[in-house]
Design a protein around this ligand. Structure first.
Ligand code: HEC
Ligand code: HEC
Length: 352
């Protein structure tokens, strides 16, 4: 049997860092005054009470939300009047300059609101605003983030990521991860972990097209709202979860392409005539990562045997050197782990 290599984490994270520092890839460093010092000055709220959002700011709710140690989230978008998101390529929306998005994180009280704004040169400003205990103000977080802002469980910290970490995850396509055809589809996945049931009124794809925020969307996607093609309901939810939580890094292009591990969902093959890349690159495929103590290579996904699947083992640990995703959580996502394990055990035919 071919020997598998030890973890590539150091190497690959270095590659990620290099890629984001390369002169042709990196946007110019934001001038300090480009980011307002207070969230109130980003245009999110209608007034100084910081409760009601401005009339030109729209709430939305992705069907496969990112799990962040159980924090509850709210999200909003603003697209400047007279411009629109170009949705001609349903898998690679292009956002106009001046687009702003916000994501608020709460655990009992508001903790932070993450913010991104597209500049005229096509790059994005990204930063977080940290709320005061009384909810009266939210101020720009330091570039390095904030460690231990709160606790997600006794002794387990809630950290605000640094600005360099934002870019590590927000590196797919135009850099927006949760506002796209699949995430806004009216055809919601009832098994999606941590999702709200149904689409709130006025927040689906058709509503954003009707408002003129989204233009050029192929008509077929309105007639038949997109959904992940899959053989079972559990598989659909599993692929959707992997898309949001893993697909921004594990894709066919970008610094990790050499791993040959693609976990994003695809809409091109709407009828599921071809097996998704997230299956082709995992099921029965040897992992480059060898679990500590394992005598030999194991498969990324061993059909019928989650306990022999390295994809499961990487999701089930919070050892910082092995955990997946590598950033953004201190706890294992138990609900998602259960979904993925059950899918592998019950829905995937063991190889004879
Ligand atoms: C922020 C980027 C990032 C995200 C998000 C991410 N990974 Fe990874 N992943 C990496 C890097 C870098 C490596 C290579 C180094 C290593 O093995 O730790 C890797 C390696 C892996 C490997 C071992 C490679 C192999 O050949 O089998 C698996 C399995 C894996 N990731 C699964 C996942 C899963 C499942 C998710 C989502 C739940 C995920 N990853 C999310 C960056 C990421
Ligand atoms: C672990 C990966 C990860 C890190 C680190 C991360 N994000 Fe995100 N972010 C996501 C994903 C995935 C989504 C889409 C799913 C969702 O909204 O739940 C998202 C959504 C957002 C959104 C809503 C717009 C969009 O892209 O969907 C904003 C705004 C945002 N993030 C800002 C930030 C900022 C600012 C930082 C750094 C301080 C940051 N994020 C760090 C993964 C990450």
């Amino acid at each position: 049997m071919k020997a598998c290599r030890p973890s590539l984490r150091g190497l690959a994270l270095a590659a990620l860092a290099l890629a984001s520092c390369a002169p042709d890839a990196a946007p110019p460093a934001p001038a300090p005054d480009e980011l307002p010092a207070h969230l109130a000055d980003t245009g999110l709220y209608a007034d100084a009470t910081l409760r009601d959002v401005a009339p030109d700011v729209w709430p939305y709710d992705p069907q496969y939300p990112l799990w962040t140690d159980g924090a509850t989230k709210r999200r909003w978008i603003h697209v400047p009047a007279g411009s629109a998101i170009d949705a001609t390529d349903p898998e690679a929306w292009v956002f106009p300059a001046g687009t702003r998005l916000w994501k608020e994180f709460a655990l009992g009280r508001r903790l932070e609101t993450r913010y991104m704004e597209k500049r005229a040169d096509g790059s994005w400003l990204r930063a977080s605003y940290v709320w005061s205990d009384d909810g009266g103000d939210a101020v720009l977080a330091p570039a390095g983030g904030v460690a231990h802002l709160a606790e997600v469980a006794p002794g387990v910290p809630y950290d605000v990521p640094g600005r360099a970490d934002c870019a590590t995850c927000h590196s797919r396509g135009d850099g927006v991860l949760g506002f796209d055809a699949l995430q806004l589809s009216a055809e919601r996945d009832p098994l999606a972990p941590h999702a709200n049931a149904g689409v709130p009124a006025g927040q689906d794809l058709a509503a954003f097209v009707a408002r003129g925020l989204v233009r050029g969307l192929p008509a077929d996607l309105l007639a038949r709202p997109p959904r992940i093609p899959a053989r079972t309901p559990r598989e659909r939810a599993a692929l959707g979860y992997l898309d949001t939580h893993c697909g921004s890094c594990h894709r066919d292009d970008g610094p990790l392409a050499g791993l040959g591990l693609t976990l994003g969902a695809e809409l091109r093959d709407r009828d599921g005539d071809h097996p998704p890349r997230a299956l082709v690159t995992t099921v029965g495929r040897p992992s480059r990562f060898r679990p500590p103590g394992a005598p030999s290579c194991e498969a990324r996904i061993e059909p019928g045997a989650p306990e022999l699947s390295t994809l499961v083992e990487r999701m089930a640990t919070r050892d910082p050197l092995r955990q997946m995703p590598p950033l953004g959580t201190h706890l294992v996502d138990v609900d998602a782990l259960h979904l993925i394990e059950t899918w592998i055990r019950e829905d995937l035919e063991p190889t004879p």
